[in-house]
Design a protein around this ligand. Structure first.
Ligand SMILES: Nc1ncnc2c1ncn2[C@@H]1O[C@H](COP(=O)(O)OP(=O)(O)OP(=O)(O)O)[C@@H](O)[C@H]1O
Ligand SMILES: [Mg+2]
Length: 458
């Protein structure tokens, strides 16, 4: 009987603890990581560093001097040398650790062992990044950060920079218009393209930037942000009127830059500029970001007459993509497919869109349209995205690399609210005034009477 009582006394709390840990691991992985995963993985790493490096083939033979010194001092067996380890830095999602490579090693050797290291130290994933020649950083990620996306609190944001998604190594993916002026976002229906756009609109809404939308789905995705938009076209006819205005605005900006260059022949060299960013702040025109959702709608035509309009629009889009950057005009293009089958100009426009993000696609050809020129593995990764994870995408990097990213969830209502609150930031752009969307006024409910009327009884 006493045995049973002891078993219950010890086993009960242990079972509750185990159950609680399993629940936290499944439902609150970040809490589980901080409380359990982090200490366990740190102990594992510290205890097994040398043997794991040896098992992964990341050690080198000791120098002759070392052999002599060890033999003279301790008479012990001389072990191979592991890369020198820096301090372990815990984070809310994993661990960071720098390694100094041994002579003859390269970062690719460590990267090739990432999968083995992850199993040895019991973490979700291990990523390797070169810090400087001879030094690599290991980023150990404790759990699948893309399951419930939470953006880190400290993010490098600034003018025309929007932290829009999280990478699988728990670093933020920042859409920076100054370094990548134009981007193409592809994905099948319900893959999360509009959510991606929503984050960009909400992020830019708080900045001194003009937002222009072309949403050929009759405006269902962009119209809720009307309060913050400088212009909105909701069908190809309106887009055909809006695009020439943007092209004219771009040409006016070039004239402004040219006028500045020609102020005086003795203008100091550093004041001569070839883009809007070199202009003095009080003369600098507001940057414009043009969002195009469902771009294929602009290309599809039913009649011969529409064909002319389509060709004009495509030419204008190509001109904006080609020349817009220096005039502070940036393109954000979304679509389901964007290939040669859309007709004249499609591949030329695509070639101008430097940034590439590919959500879930239905076939390899669509993934190739977005990522084919980046890396074959990126195409395979995009094809492997499951429909249960909308918002998951593969993003091409400027360096030619790629990474998996996922946007956090942001409801349309929340994004619209951000835009409403930032309505006072809509810049004054006379050229776009005719295209300013109407902001729907919310009906005000009549106040409820304090005293309920009672029917008169006779
Ligand atoms: N990161 C995310 N996390 C959770 N849910 C998401 C995420 N991204 C998108 N979703 C959900 O997936 C659904 C489809 O998203 P979205 O409308 O952005 O897709 P889409 O690619 O624009 O589709 P379509 O081509 O039909 O317009 C929406 O219900 C949205 O709430
Ligand atoms: Mg959409």
């Amino acid at each position: 009987m006493t045995d049973l009582t002891t078993l219950l006394e010890v086993g009960g709390p242990l079972a509750a603890l185990g159950g609680g840990a399993a629940y936290a691991r499944a439902k609150h992985p970040a809490v589980y990581w901080s409380a359990v995963g982090l200490p366990v993985s740190t102990v594992r790493l510290l205890g097994s560093y040398g043997s794991v490096m040896e098992a992964c083939g990341l050690t080198v033979a000791p120098s002759r001097l070392r052999v002599l010194a060890v033999k003279a001092a301790t008479r012990r067996e001389v072990r191979p040398v592991s890369p020198r380890r820096g301090m372990i830095r815990p984070t809310s999602t994993g661990l960071r650790l720098r390694l100094r490579l041994a002579p003859g090693q390269e970062p690719a050797d460590v990267a090739a062992s990432a999968e083995r290291l992850r199993h040895a130290w019991g973490v979700h994933a291990v990523y390797v990044r070169t810090v400087k020649p001879g030094v690599v950083e290991l980023r150990l990620v404790g759990f699948d950060v893309l399951r419930q996306v939470r953006m880190p609190r400290k993010v490098d944001a600034g003018l025309l920079k929007v932290p829009v998604a999280l990478r699988e190594d728990a670093t933020p993916f920042v859409r920076d218009y100054r370094t990548i002026p134009h981007q193409l976002t592809l994905g099948a229906t319900l893959s999360g393209k509009s959510m991606y756009l929503r984050h960009l609109v909400a992020g830019l809404a708080r900045q001194p930037v003009a937002l222009v939308g072309i949403d050929c789905k009759r405006g269902v995705e962009l119209a809720p942000f009307a309060a913050r938009l400088s212009a909105l076209a909701t069908d190809p006819e309106q887009a055909a009127e809006l695009l020439p205005m943007l092209v004219r605005e771009m040409e006016d900006r070039y004239d402004l830059i040219k006028a500045r260059q020609g102020i005086a022949p003795d203008t100091p060299a550093e004041e001569i500029t070839s883009d809007v960013w070199g202009l003095p702040e009080n003369e600098r025109p507001t940057p414009i970001v043009l969002f195009v959702d469902e771009v294929a709608e602009l290309f599809l035509v039913a009649t011969k007459k529409d064909e002319e309009r389509r060709d004009e629009m495509v030419t204008q889009l190509i001109r904006l993509a080609q020349l817009g950057r220096a005039a502070g005009i940036y393109l954000e293009v979304c679509g389901q497919r964007f290939g040669a089958e859309l007709g004249k100009g499609a591949t030329m426009l695509r070639a101008q869109l430097t940034g590439r993000v590919c959500h879930r696609v239905n076939d390899e050809a669509s993934a190739k349209m977005a990522l084919g020129d980046i890396a074959p593995e990126a195409v395979m990764a995009a094809c492997a995205i499951a429909p249960e994870r909308p918002g998951l995408a593969v993003a091409g990097d400027t360096s030619g690399g790629w990474s998996r990213i996922r946007t956090p969830y942001l409801s349309l209502g929340e994004a619209a609210d951000i835009c409403r609150k930032a309505a006072h930031l809509v810049p004054d752009l006379p050229a776009l005034k005719p295209f300013r969307p109407d902001v729907p006024v919310r009906p005000v409910e009549p106040p409820a009477p304090v005293v309920q009327p009672r029917p008169a009884t006779g």
